[in-house]
Design a protein around this ligand. Structure first.
Ligand SMILES: O=c1ccn([C@@H]2O[C@H](COP(=O)(O)OP(=O)(O)O[C@H]3O[C@H](CO)[C@@H](O)[C@H](O)[C@H]3O)[C@@H](O)[C@H]2O)c(=O)[nH]1
Length: 253
């Protein structure tokens, strides 16, 4: 298998050292109450092909463009929402850290590697540092049926971060596509401000759903440093959200 140790370690370390972890503060409501192992206690990773999924539908599209037959593989995922959440009391952006299995696997091996199931299962995943799959994100999730985008993001903020923010505080700042090559589904981004007195629980996600998130906070000067990095273990939404915040809000709050 084309999976050399040196290549793996250099990729992993590059990702992690750009996380500026020292710049993140655990949410003061959160850090002492939750066991520290919730993100780290990952064991027994195996890989198999998807035969059926509630979350991902793969489609092969065929069509003719300018008289030429074309094919395209498409992955359909749920529409999602996210929020740039600013805590006015402590002047910080509220973020979540979590273990993302997809980032863990894709971050550990180059996309050009032999991605056969046999090869992937021959990797000793316990040797891959878990930080490879731990991302920093703005709070968010998929839109549950029978909910508006705003209702869905209000619920995510409560579940993940423990703030009960009024629905009217969520400002829709734009909709874009999760990706354009493989998955064209929509993501809607909101901005909201909260205060310490809106904090009603620890947050941390719904463990009954298998969701464990760690709430962390970043000061505005550190947001500027973060978005100026060359490599981050984060999704585009975090970067777009932070850039939007710096451009439209940071000088005015
Ligand atoms: O393969 C899967 C996918 C999802 N889930 C469950 O579905 C929940 C979905 O959680 P939710 O918090 O609503 O979504 P996220 O995991 O945060 O991810 C969604 O929301 C993100 C924005 O925060 C987007 O970036 C992602 O594309 C989108 O999938 C998870 O906790 C799991 O319980 C699974 O069990 N298996």
């Amino acid at each position: 298998m084309e999976y050399t140790r040196t290549r793996f370690w250099s990729r992993t370390l590059t990702h992690w050292k750009h996380q500026i972890p020292g710049q993140l503060q655990p949410s003061r409501y959160f850090s002492t109450k939750r066991p520290k192992t919730v993100l780290e206690d990952i064991k027994g990773m195996t890989v198999e092909p998807i035969r059926e999924s509630d979350y991902l539908k793969t489609l092969k599209l065929q069509f003719t463009q300018n008289g030429r037959k074309r094919y395209r593989d498409v992955a359909r995922v749920h529409a999602s929402i996210m929020v740039v959440l600013y805590n006015r009391t402590r002047k910080v952006i509220v973020l979540v850290r979590q273990f993302r299995p997809a980032v863990f696997v894709c971050g550990a091996i180059p996309s050009t590697a032999d991605n056969s199931i046999e090869s992937l299962n021959s990797i000793d995943w316990s040797k891959v540092p878990l930080e490879t799959g731990i991302t920093l994100e703005i709070p968010g999730g998929i839109i549950d049926e029978n909910m508006t985008a705003a209702e869905a993001i209000k619920q995510e903020v409560l579940e993940e971060c423990g703030y009960d923010v009024p629905l009217s505080s969520f400002e829709n700042i734009g909709e874009f596509r999760t990706s354009t090559g493989v998955s064209g589904d929509a993501q809607t981004m909101f901005y909201a401000e909260c205060t310490d007195d809106m904090k009603v629980s620890e947050g941390g996600g719904k463990p009954t759903n298998g969701e464990f998130v760690e709430v962390v906070e970043m000061s505005v000067p550190d947001v500027r440093k973060f978005i100026n990095q060359k490599v981050v273990n984060a999704n585009c939404a975090l970067l777009i959200g932070m850039q939007w915040f710096m451009y439209f809000k940071a000088g005015k709050i």
